[in-house]
Design a protein around this ligand. Structure first.
Ligand SMILES: C[S@@+](CC[C@H](N)C(=O)[O-])C[C@H]1O[C@@H](n2cnc3c(N)ncnc32)[C@H](O)[C@@H]1O
Length: 231
């Protein structure tokens, strides 16, 4: 399997780097299994103050993340697909291979484990992090493959959703977690199942005891108990 490349378009690249450089994602990057790059959208604006937002047409509160810096960032990654969105259409790439462009959006479809499994088959993912009151709708309509919300609530930006989705996808790639067999029994791995309860030492913590069956050494009984407790 090829290395997974994740590109994140954001106005806060440090938020992304802070998380992805640590722990399992940090180790997987060092091991060459994946690479996560955060791209500062302000580097793709012509505005001398680095502005990437403007007022919504038709009025209304707040500002909208503009289409142009996103277009330019996607173009620099060679992942633009729709030739008719550009005056210099011939330059726009249509052969994107195994790439998926994902817009973080409070009004998108809810991201699930099934989506994580499906997206883990791609070798290149691009996340667009919205800010302010959202993103110019032409981005969703023309440049994006999928629009995801990570829950039915509104956050201040798309950085946490991009990290949440990247994390859940990356850990499914071969070698990222030490023991791949552990993925099969995890919550949501088979539809709506939840993992069975787990315990560790001590057996008795101030009177709070571990279920007897787990200490019995009887693997058949343990498997039956776990099966019953997985819902
Ligand atoms: C303040 S929100 C905009 C919310 C928008 N005005 C609405 O009502 O749908 C700014 C950005 O945060 C991100 N965001 C907020 N909540 C999210 C969620 N639940 N899932 C994914 N992205 C979210 C999106 O990128 C969004 O463009």
């Amino acid at each position: 399997m090829k290395k997974l490349q994740i590109d994140v378009l954001t106005i806060f690249p440090e938020m992304i780097n802070g998380y992805t450089s640590q722990s399992i994602l940090g180790r997987a990057q060092k091991a060459g299994l994946l690479n996560i790059s955060a791209h500062d959208l302000r580097e793709y604006t012509e505005d001398k103050h680095g502005r990437v937002d403007d007022k919504p047409f038709g009025g209304g509160p707040g500002m909208i993340l503009q289409i142009e810096p996103i277009y330019k960032a996607l173009k620099s990654l060679n992942v633009l697909r729709y030739a008719n969105t550009s005056p210099d259409a011939k330059e726009v790439h249509s052969e994107r291979g195994s790439t998926r462009i994902i817009l973080t959006s409070a009004k998108g479809k809810i991201f699930t484990q099934k989506d994580a499994v499906r997206l883990s088959e791609y070798d290149h993912l691009v996340f667009i992090c919205g800010r302010y009151e959202g993103v110019d709708e032409r981005v969703a309509k023309n440049f994006v493959d999928e629009e995801f919300a990570i829950g039915k609530y509104v956050l201040t930006g798309g950085e946490l959703p991009a990290l949440v989705m990247s994390d859940s996808i990356a850990r499914l790639r071969p070698g990222v977690l030490g023991k791949e067999e552990s993925l099969d029994e995890e919550s949501w791995s088979k539809g709506n199942n939840r993992e069975y309860p787990q315990y560790s030492r001590p057996e008795d913590f101030m009177g709070l005891k571990v279920p007897e069956v787990l200490l019995s050494g009887d693997h058949k009984k343990i498997a039956q108990w776990r099966d019953k407790k997985s819902k």
